[in-house]
Design a protein around this ligand. Structure first.
Ligand SMILES: *Cc1c(COP(=O)(O)O)cnc(C)c1O
Length: 370
């Protein structure tokens, strides 16, 4: 009745496209937040079969879930709560972002408990002002890190930062600060393997900043990280289609009010089609009056108020029957509305649209998982 169709072959193809653009740098596939709503484990299994170099997630819990499902590729987790399970993380060979001394000490404690070396990626804040050490605190963090490396408790795998995507000037300033921060690591005598800075947008915009690894999220799912570019321009194919079947049709008289608040009325005798997708599924209520869906290949605007479980489309005199297919969004190359269209309708970005799809939708997968 309601499906999110996830095309794993499209994700694999998008990965290859981004890998080809990475110019020899390693590629980290970012699969946090349930792979932006696409299903973390399924996506990771597919990309592991494609020999991706790294996986990136926000929380240690996400990383542990990947290990539970047999993922063996290195995984980096970067957003920590003081309660997070660093001991389990080390036991499962999960790389940890370290942004301050407290986190460094927690990794060292976990290393002492497990007799395993903590694998860390030092994160420097070059201007996004989210996690990461300030440049002011960086030298002391490096001193302490060096000490723990010499004690054999930790190993520095990477040094990284994240751009604010504000504009070329701001991004270039961050790139310079990152280079300076990396130089300080080198000067301190700490050895490490990977510098990484750019996500999808920076990887497309600043090839000179690919460093040793790029961290690719939204582009893997076939979406553009830019609001003014369509992903097809980069050879990317949207991997998610949100589809439902019409659950009921009926003829109503002219003047009939439709859904809460009667934002829409039938101007003449019309057919109404009921679609079982609402804001619980992630279809934002404020797409009402703006987003168009495709039914049997034809576009209809959702004029009547989107509710929690359902919305109603006035299809006029068109022949629409119970069971007919409704595409809420998918690959625009096949003529259907896109996640970008829905994002514009709700004044948000494609990232938020796909990531929040859920509720009673069932994910079904196209393309094999080895
Ligand atoms: C989410 C995230 C990414 C991926 O960003 P995209 O724009 O989806 O490519 C990369 N790095 C970090 C630190 C992130 O939090």
């Amino acid at each position: 009745m309601r499906d999110l169709i996830i095309d794993l072959d499209a994700i694999a193809a998008n990965y290859k496209t981004m890998r080809a653009r990475a110019g020899g740098a390693n590629v980290m596939a970012v699969v946090k937040a349930n792979a932006y709503g696409h299903g973390m484990v399924e996506v990771a299994l597919k990309l592991e079969a494609e020999k991706v170099d790294f996986f990136g997630v926000a929380d240690v819990d996400e990383a542990l879930e990947l290990r539970e499902y047999g993922i063996e590729t290195p995984i980096l987790a970067w957003l920590h709560d003081p309660e997070d399970r660093f001991v389990e993380a080390l036991d499962n060979e999960i790389d940890l972002c370290v942004a301050n001394i407290e986190q460094l000490q927690r990794v060292a404690d976990a290393a002492r408990l497990t007799n395993l070396k903590g694998r860390i990626h030092l994160k420097v804040d070059t201007g996004l002002s989210r996690n990461g050490s300030t440049l002011a605190a960086w030298p002391v963090l490096l001193l302490q890190t060096k000490d723990l490396v010499e004690q054999g408790l930790i190993e520095v795998i990477g040094v990284f930062s994240h751009l604010s995507s504000t504009g070329p000037n701001e991004d270039r300033t961050q790139i310079e600060k990152f280079d300076q921060a990396v130089q300080l690591v080198r000067d301190s005598g700490i050895e490490f393997q990977l510098r990484h800075l750019t996500a999808s947008d920076g990887s497309l915009s600043y090839p000179e900043a690919h460093c040793d690894m790029v961290r690719i999220g939204v582009a893997l799912y076939g979406l553009s990280p830019f609001s003014d570019n369509k992903s097809a321009e980069y050879g990317l194919r949207p991997a998610m289609t949100a589809r439902a079947s019409v659950t009921q049709v009926k003829r109503v008289d002219a003047g009939t009010g439709i859904s809460y608040g009667y934002l829409a009325r039938a101007e003449k005798e019309s057919t109404l089609a009921l679609v079982p997708v609402g804001y619980y599924e992630g279809l934002p209520r404020n797409a009402t009056g703006k987003h168009e869906v495709s039914i049997n290949g034809k576009r209809y605007k959702i004029d009547a108020r989107i509710a929690m479980d359902q919305f109603v489309v006035n299809v006029g005199d068109d022949e629409v029957a119970t069971g007919d297919e409704v595409i809420i969004f998918g690959d625009p190359a096949s003529g259907v509305p896109s996640a970008d269209d829905l994002a514009i309708a709700c004044d948000t970005i494609n990232y938020e649209i796909v990531t929040r799809m859920g509720g009673r939708f069932k994910r079904t997968y196209l393309g094999s998982v080895e």
